[in-house]
Design a protein. Sequence first.
Length: 114
Amino acid sequence: MKKRIVAVILVVAMALSLSACLFSGFEGTYKMVSVNGEDIGSSDEGAIYFEFKDGTVTCTVAMAEGSGGTTKGTYMRDGSDLTMVIENSTLKGTYKNGKITFSKDGESIVLEKK
């Protein structure tokens, strides 16, 4: 009985460790790098950043001399699937290798982790 309990504890610990490794590093700041398959350049001016943290997403447009804007929303993640809601608009996407791809109505955007 004692060995069985230890075995169960080890299996649970390994499962938690594996899920932490697979999905660690997701949260953070991402920069929009392409729209509909076209690269949007590497300039920071006019760049759009998304920060994902604790179920909240903050979208910031970086403009010259501190102008720009910020919008907040929420996100939910289920494995590699991601749902983001900003200003009553829902986007569904996938997370893979430090990139998030959102698609809606034939349009797509790709975010890359900074």
